[in-house]
Design a protein around this ligand. Structure first.
Ligand SMILES: [Zn+2]
Length: 486
């Protein structure tokens, strides 16, 4: 089955036909590096991380480009507030962004491009736009003339009248049309600036993305992603710049937008100013729980954030880690590693007991990344696999073989989703052996009717976050999710 994606330009779900067969060139608008990112920003980056992982899993070659906006009014403002140069602000918050992404298990893009490293390219593009009559200079600033670009509004589906009414943009001195936007801003005293034919200044925000994306991916690249609030004006402006400069389109083959995150509780907005930082979330929940929350619903929907929904995600995620700990305990040295599997669409159908789950997983994700379906497949797999655990614990036989196969499939599917179960449970080999050994001591104490000693071992283990369940075939343990701080 071919992969289908929802294209914002067509407003429908269509087969993903790429410029070059088997290859995907994708660009996602990255952060403006002037503050700590919130969980709403993170959802977009988690999603495109997942989308990239899925393409790779399906056997595509992916080039993923992301920008860091490191020249912007907000950066200059922040530098003033912190009393430091602008580049101190941007290096501090680039690093913070990377730390937050690492905490969520988001892999860096293949190419990360910083606006300030590409100002010459942008000056050249702006110069080209002026030459073609798509842009004009006014007192050291350069504006894009939206009336020069007939297709302006095609992505967001708005007419000029809609935009003018909706955005309430005030006319600005020097602009020919109120919606004309700045490609180049003349420098004010003390601001970072670069030389240009129009005098010292800095590029506008929109021009950096069209220039850097086409520099690394060429015109007509496959996927341009970002949060849905970038559709207008940012992505609309990128299209106008790129297609006006090239003299033809399309700039991008498929536009994919991630839905926004809505805050639920009034309480949260009071104490945290209506934004919840990634940092605050990962201090209270494992990064995997935030990932679970972000990916379990379709990328296109608006998602609500609250402590309650994170608790729900923690519980659901816990069912997976509980299963894995049980499997690890039952299988011991037969525990499979995460397979480095790829499942290209034209490959043989997956075999073995887990094959049916792999098939369902790819079928649902091929359909515009229907992740809620994919999460349901993994839960179904875990339910079936759990039924084999007790039998597997008794020794060789059918249940044990099934459990090995199901566990391997579980690791395959969850690693495509970006979960790191090998590391996430924290039960590396030595930890697992030590816990098993302590439980043997506890069993010995119980056999000798030394119940106080047995309970003591249990209490101590539980105080370390190891929860123990006694089953007919012996105790089972797992490392629990750290309790959420009050
Ligand atoms: Zn952008």
């Amino acid at each position: 089955m071919p992969i289908k994606v929802h294209d914002q330009m067509l407003r429908s779900t269509v087969v993903l036909e790429t410029r070059d067969p088997g290859r995907i060139a994708m660009y996602v608008c990255g952060p403006t590096v002037y503050n700590l990112i919130h969980i709403g920003n993170a959802r977009t980056f988690l999603w495109f991380d997942f989308i990239r992982r899925y393409f790779l899993y399906r056997g595509w070659q992916v080039t993923y480009v992301m920008n860091y906006t490191d020249v912007d009014d907000r950066i200059i403002e922040r530098a003033g507030v912190e009393g430091v140069p602008a580049d101190a602000v941007t290096s501090k918050y680039s690093k913070a962004f990377e730390d937050d992404m690492a905490a969520l298990g988001v892999n860096p893009a293949d190419i990360i491009c910083r606006a300030t490293d590409h100002v010459e390219d942008m000056v050249e593009a702006i110069d080209g736009l002026v030459e073609r009559g798509s842009a004009y200079e006014s007192d050291g600033d350069v504006f894009f003339s939206i009336e020069s670009f007939d297709a302006y509004g095609k992505l967001s589906g708005r007419t000029l009248e809609d935009m003018r009414a909706g955005e309430r943009i005030e006319p600005q001195a020097g602009k020919r049309h109120p919606l004309d936007f700045a490609l180049w801003k003349s420098a004010k005293e003390g601001e970072p600036s670069w030389p240009s034919p129009w005098g010292p200044g800095r590029p506008g925000w929109h021009i950096e993305c069209s220039v850097m994306s086409t520099k690394y991916l060429g015109m007509g690249f496959d996927i341009h992603g970002g949060a849905s609030d970038l559709t207008f004006p940012h992505h609309e402006n990128e299209i106008a710049q790129a297609e006006a400069l090239a003299g033809a389109g399309p700039f991008v083959r498929f536009w994919m937008h991630a839905g926004l995150v809505q805050m639920e509780s009034q309480k949260m907005s009071k104490s945290l100013g209506n934004v919840v930082l990634v940092r605050d979330v990962v201090a209270r929940y494992p990064g995997e729980v935030a990932r679970y929350w972000a990916l379990a619903g379709s990328y296109r929907t608006q998602l609500t954030f609250s402590d309650g929904v994170l608790d729900d995600s923690a519980q659901a995620y816990d069912r997976w880690s509980t299963f894995l700990a049980a499997a690890r305990h039952a299988l011991g040295g037969d525990m499979p590693a995460t397979p480095a599997a790829t499942r290209p669409a034209d490959a043989e159908p997956p075999e073995g007991p887990g094959g049916e789950y792999v098939q369902r997983f790819t079928d649902t994700l091929d359909d515009d990344f229907n992740s809620s379906g994919a999460f349901a497949v993994v839960h179904d797999l875990v339910r079936e696999a759990n039924r084999c655990v007790e039998g597997a614990q008794r020794g060789p036989g059918e249940d044990r073989n099934l459990l090995i196969a199901f566990t391997e499939t579980f690791l395959e599917l969850t690693s495509v989703m970006g979960f790191r179960f090998d590391a996430a449970t924290g039960s590396d080999e030595l930890t697992a052996r030590l816990i098993d050994y302590l439980l043997e001591l506890r069993e010995g104490a119980r056999r000798n009717k030394e119940f106080a000693a047995a309970d003591g071992i249990r209490d101590r283990l539980e105080s370390f976050g190891v929860s123990i369940e006694d089953t007919p075939v012996g105790p089972r343990w797992r490392l629990g999710t750290p309790p959420a701080a009050a």
